[in-house]
Design a protein around this ligand. Structure first.
Ligand code: HEM
Length: 371
């Protein structure tokens, strides 16, 4: 929030910095302190290549038709380069952790827990590169997805000011200008949850989910789905279905007023007709990171709306509003809005001072992940 105040034009970068920093702190015990940090810069450099390589249509469908692997062209070179870039990145991350541990500094994070476990057991269940890439894959799965959804929400809030006003009225009833919302306020601030859900419904970053493979013959509604079939959950199509979500083109969090719980509650409920959305996929391979993602996004939206009004940008020459294009998205496998700018204006002097005061406490807490 302080970054946004100091440099609002870089909202796009800061919306990406936060989720990667949270993921790297939890997984590696190191945070992405700023935009020059290895954990931010190198990660996004790799992710940009990764996104291009995995863009639908970027490669011949050689998994379905193996002969196509021999199709000439630049595409295979690009795949190998990205693979190498990825290994270099996650090997370097592992090096940072190993050097820290050599100095006797263990941190409260997943990789230290796993390395301790493996050292204790004296065996290594997979090759080093596979372990390194597996850890990195968790950052890939958790950071970009959350950042894309947060960017969608920031854009939607700027475009739909009535949503901001409604959420801010609720926040103001519960939290004063000196008391920023915390996750303990979840039940008292139901509209924030609706906003997060509507972002996942309106612009799901994984529009076609991830493909699932059927392990044995299955039957559904009289259809045989043979073993080995590839199944896509048609997330985008369902989310834009007028029968399921009336007036589906419109960003309207009100449609979730009767879904006050977090996404995992609906995904695991036997009442599957009462599902909120499919933004995290479906079935046994549903996103296991959704608990973290839901809390991250809730906290981001609640705090942003408590502190700021978010507006569409102004043309510096004419002073007129420059409307944001709510359809300007890339076509990667995980879709993200194209870069945009917004104006971020503190809601009051009191709030501004509270945001600045919070910074000192936050930096002290985060110092355990520095270095
Ligand atoms: C808003 C944020 C997120 C969204 C929209 C999202 C969405 C998804 C989707 C659609 C899938 C595919 C599910 C399926 O196959 O049906 C998935 C899988 C996965 N996600 Fe997430 N995710 C998010 C955040 C996270 C986070 C924070 C983590 C962990 C730190 C994470 C870890 C994973 C992993 C490991 C998988 C693969 C699961 C498997 O194949 O068994 N995700 N996610």
């Amino acid at each position: 929030m302080n970054n946004l105040l100091d440099d609002p034009a870089r909202v796009f970068d800061y919306a990406r910095l936060y989720p990667v920093s949270v993921a790297c702190s939890l997984l590696y015990g190191h945070r992405a302190k700023d935009l020059d940090s290895f954990w931010f810069k190198d990660f996004y450099h790799m992710m940009e290549n990764w996104g291009e390589v995995l863009e639908p249509g970027a490669n011949p469908p050689s998994e379905e038709f193996p002969l196509l692997w021999y199709t000439p062209g630049h595409w295979k070179k690009r795949i190998y380069e990205t693979k190498q870039l990825r290994s270099i990145l996650w090997n370097k991350a592992r090096d940072i952790v190993d050097k820290r541990r050599e100095k006797g500094e263990k941190r409260d994070c997943l990789i230290d827990e796993k390395l301790d476990e493996m050292e204790k057991q004296g065996n290594w269940p997979f090759p080093n590169y596979a372990f390194n890439n597996l850890m990195g894959e968790l950052v890939e799965a958790g950071a970009d997805t959350t950042a894309n959804q947060v960017l969608t929400l920031i854009m939607a809030l700027a475009k739909y000011p009535w949503v901001q006003k409604k959420a801010q009225a609720e926040i103001d009833r519960v939290c004063g200008p000196n008391n920023p919302p915390t996750f303990d306020d979840f039940d008292k601030l139901p509209y924030i949850n609706c906003i997060v859900k509507e972002g996942l419904r309106w612009r799901p970053t994984a529009r076609s989910g991830l493909p699932h493979r059927v392990t044995k013959d299955d039957h559904y509604n009289g259809f045989l789905i043979p073993k080995g079939s590839t199944i896509f959950v048609a997330v985008w199509a369902m989310h834009q279905d007028e029968n399921l979500y009336p007036d589906h083109m419109r960003f309207n969090p009100d449609r979730f007023l009767n879904h006050p719980k977090l996404a995992n509650e609906y995904a695991s409920s036997p009442d599957y007709d009462n599902r909120d959305h499919y933004g995290y996929g479906a079935g046994r391979r549903i996103c296991p990171g959704l608990h973290l993602a839901e809390r991250n996004m809730w906290r981001i939206v609640a705090k942003l709306l408590w502190a700021f009004n978010i507006y569409e940008p102004l043309d510096p020459k004419t002073g007129k509003t420059v409307p944001l294009d709510e359809n300007a998205y890339n076509s990667c496998i995980l879709v993200s809005p194209l870069p945009f700018e917004v104006r971020v204006v503190p809601r009051s002097e009191e709030v501004l001072q509270a945001v600045k005061r919070e910074k000192a406490g936050a930096l002290e807490f985060l110092s355990q992940y520095d270095g």
